[in-house]
Design a protein. Structure first.
Length: 94
């Protein structure tokens, strides 16, 4: 695994990615969101709904609007690949 502070070689192991929201530069500008802002997101799945808080926004020219969450989170809200999400609160990072 390689990152901005170096690399590590693991014989075994896993990572758990932090839930995050990708937006293109234009999509972010339309929503007044900047890279590394924290947002709250409302989701509604098949019979379940709820909020996710302090979701990291990742903005860049190579990105497109997409919410990245893990399987456990998707299952908790009964989401499928076509589920919609609503950004309900924008917070600036501390």
């Amino acid at each position: 695994m390689v990152g901005p502070k170096g690399y590590v070689i693991l014989e075994r192991g896993v990572i758990i990615a932090k839930t995050h929201l990708h937006l293109s530069t234009a999509e972010a500008a339309q929503r007044a969101i900047q890279d590394k802002d924290l947002v709250d997101i409302y989701v509604k799945g098949n019979g379940k709904a709820g909020c996710m808080f302090d979701i990291l926004a990742r903005v860049g020219d190579a990105y497109a609007l997409d919410l990245h969450l893990d399987t456990d989170e998707a299952n908790a809200f009964a989401l499928d690949n076509d589920a919609k999400a609503l950004i309900i609160k924008i917070k600036k990072p501390i």
